[in-house]
Design a binder for this molecule. Structure first.
Ligand SMILES: NC(=O)c1ccc[n+]([C@@H]2O[C@H](COP(=O)([O-])OP(=O)(O)OC[C@H]3O[C@@H](n4cnc5c(N)ncnc54)[C@H](OP(=O)(O)O)[C@@H]3O)[C@@H](O)[C@H]2O)c1
Length: 305
């Protein structure tokens, strides 16, 4: 009897969208506390373009001699469960796989993941929208952890890239911690940013108590922080050097099923945005990468296996 397989997108020799290949990988049974998900939706995120370009291979963060899996977040339905997992087959779930150095990813028909990395998708939230939450929602939640509670009398937070996925979530979530948020974004994004409950600017002057750098402005973002303030970046290992007593850190997103559940609930209620630009077949992953690389896309391309 032949081994069952599933289709997945990988990169063997990174070199941009043209290096994305599709292979048939053997189906694996979930171990204890794991489950296998039939993927319904997997977003294309900026990090996937960087993986396909070979950025993280060059940095020594990816060392997969055979192949590297693409894709970080997903939504789908439970296909099989390992020992100790209480979710029924067919349950709607979303989740995140973290870390660069892996030969599997979410650009796939299936995925085996720890149950603790998943959350159930609330009724009323479709799987395509839900799939766009885990990577950037959790990154933003973890950025707000790094920012901490806003100091009394020093709570002016500038979120760069506030019309993007990470920045949009930070602009929403940082208010929970007492920050008074201004979003830096393009002029055409004003309505979206103000809709998050943030103030809006297209050009920021220096003097902010803290900057959360969703636009990856790096040194230019750091220059906007007041002496002794805080800078939270999104490129770990490539943080700008600290200056003027500024605390500089960068988020390293990690799966957290419990926290994801809360983010999905807030998305289902409409409190958090879930923006989808287009849903395209998994086989069109390279085209989606090319489109995202041009910039200016609002909302995610979501791959459907
Ligand atoms: N470290 C981690 O754990 C982690 C986790 C998640 C994401 N990330 C990283 O976070 C970054 C942001 O991800 P994302 O998904 O939020 O990207 P995104 O959706 O493309 O958002 C970036 C936003 O920044 C805007 N922008 C860029 N330069 C700007 C400028 N000078 N002024 C105003 N707006 C500007 C972009 O607008 P235009 O499109 O018009 O340029 C876009 O709206 C990526 O580098 C991603 O890899 C890191």
């Amino acid at each position: 009897m032949s081994t069952p397989t599933f289709r997945t997108a990988v990169v063997r020799s990174p070199g941009g969208p043209d290096s994305i290949e599709f292979i048939d990988a053997p189906v694996v049974d979930p171990g204890p506390a794991e489950l296998r998900v039939r993927i319904a939706a997997a977003p294309v995120n900026p990090v996937d373009l960087a993986v396909a370009d070979g950025l993280f291979h060059a940095l020594g963060l990816i060392n997969q001699p055979d192949r590297t899996g693409l894709g970080w977040d997903f939504a789908g339905t439970v296909a099989a469960t390992g020992r100790g997992v209480g979710l029924a087959a067919g349950s709607r779930v979303a989740g995140l796989v973290g870390g660069f150095d892996r030969d599997f990813g979410t650009y796939a028909e299936q995925l085996v993941v720890p149950a603790s990395d998943l959350a159930v998708v609330p009724d009323g939230l479709d799987l395509v929208a839900a799939s766009t939450v885990p990577l950037n929602g959790l990154a933003a939640a973890q950025i707000t952890d790094l920012l901490g509670d806003a100091p009394t009398g020093g709570n002016r937070l500038l979120v760069t890239g506030a019309a993007g996925a990470v920045g949009g979530y930070v602009a929403s979530l940082a208010r929970d911690r007492g920050w008074q948020v201004t979003g830096l974004a393009r002029a055409e994004d004003e309505e979206f940013v103000r809709g998050l409950g943030a103030d809006f600017t297209t050009r920021a002057e220096p003097g902010w108590d803290a900057v959360a750098d969703g636009a990856v402005l790096q040194e230019r973002g750091l220059a906007l922080v007041r002496d002794g303030g805080a800078f939270v970046g999104v490129q770990p290992g490539a943080e700008p050097a600290t200056e003027r007593g500024i605390t500089v850190v960068a988020v390293v997103v990690h799966p957290d099923g419990h926290r994801l559940g809360g983010l999905l609930t807030r998305t289902a209620s409409g409190e958090l945005p879930a923006r989808v630009h287009a849903v395209v077949p998994l086989d069109h992953a390279a085209d989606a990468h090319r489109a995202v690389a041009k910039g200016g896309v609002r909302g995610r391309y979501v791959l459907r296996p």
